[in-house]
Design a binder for this molecule. Structure first.
Ligand SMILES: NC(=O)c1ccc[n+]([C@@H]2O[C@H](COP(=O)([O-])OP(=O)(O)OC[C@H]3O[C@@H](n4cnc5c(N)ncnc54)[C@H](OP(=O)(O)O)[C@@H]3O)[C@@H](O)[C@H]2O)c1
Length: 275
């Protein structure tokens, strides 16, 4: 056990801890001796984690912002304030923007951007008052490389990344750390949970979805992302963390940095079988 991480962050709140990346983050933190409050919409999905005495299951639905904030604040009081908050919960929606009912996009923006920002707001108030803590917003490489036919998802991740960047400026020189965490494709339940609302699906959508599925299914295991988060937390510095397979997390961002936007768009179209 590494005593340092638990000393820096004795308590953590992780949204979407039932499966995938959130579960791997929770397991990594528990292994480090951190007391973890982890959320799911159905607490039965947290039963395995709850076998660990340092884990507290929390029922939280992000669709209702004020209710989610109340749950967070109650858990925070029980914990004596969270030293670490990981805003992880999320899901995908695949569809043509114009042909899909706008209510579906609006709901996703509400859950993944507005209400996630609401939790960040509540978390930061406590951290600023104590002048210590770490806020981690799980964004995505989709903030830089939008996933085809997942427009609202891309908006939420770009928005979260912008929020983290803004908060890094505001917390500079304080004891509070803000991490913009951008994973590439990982092998989780995400792909199976992607909603596909009824509506016309063009051949391009079908090809992009097949490419996306291939990348998800062959992606690294979530423990890889948990190791990257652990490393970033031990660094105790605000910043951006990109993780995932070499091409996505290292090479593609270099292309954007030193290449041109039209070149980036061409490479991306090829990557998703859209050319
Ligand atoms: N996997 C990847 O390749 C990848 C890449 C980049 C970014 N990400 C991001 O990483 C995060 C975790 O994704 P994942 O791959 O681990 O997906 P996952 O395996 O599908 O897990 C999603 C988690 O989010 C929770 N959740 C979903 N909708 C919710 C809602 N309305 N309210 C509260 N909780 C909700 C789920 O909890 P329930 O038990 O309640 O369903 C689950 O714990 C997401 O923000 C995702 O966008 C993932």
């Amino acid at each position: 056990m590494n005593a340092r991480l638990a000393e820096m962050y004795p308590t953590a709140f992780v949204t979407g801890a039932s499966t995938g990346l959130g579960r791997a983050f929770a397991e990594m933190l528990l292994a480090e001796g951190v007391s973890v409050w982890g959320t799911a919409r159905d607490p039965a999905r947290l039963a395995e984690l709850a076998k660990n005495q340092s884990f507290t299951p929390v029922t939280l639905e992000l669709r209702d912002g004020p209710a989610a904030e109340k749950v967070f604040l109650e858990a925070g009081r029980a914990a004596g304030g969270f030293a670490l908050v990981v805003n992880n919960a999320g899901y995908g929606v695949l569809g043509e923007f114009a042909e899909t009912d706008f209510a579906i996009w609006e709901e996703q923006l509400g859950v993944m951007l507005i209400n996630t920002a609401r939790l960040a707001h509540a978390a930061l108030q406590g951290m600023r008052a104590r002048n210590r803590g770490a806020l981690v917003n799980i964004s995505s490489l989709a903030a830089e490389f939008p996933l085809p036919f997942q427009s609202a998802y891309n908006m939420t991740k770009a928005g979260l990344t912008a929020l983290s960047e803004s908060l890094m400026i505001e917390t500079a020189g304080t004891g509070v750390v803000v991490i913009d965490f951008r994973p590439g494709d990982y092998r989780t339940d995400f792909e199976g949970a992607v909603r596909r609302p009824p509506g016309p699906a063009s051949p391009a959508l079908g090809r992009a979805w097949a490419a996306f599925q291939r990348m998800m299914e062959t992606g690294p295991a979530p423990v890889h992302a948990a190791a990257a988060l652990r490393h970033a937390l031990l660094g105790r510095r605000s910043g951006t963390v990109r993780c995932g397979r070499f091409f996505q997390a290292k090479l593609a961002p270099l292309l954007v940095r030193f290449g041109s936007l039209p070149l980036k768009r061409r490479v991306q179209a090829k990557y998703f079988d859209l050319e």
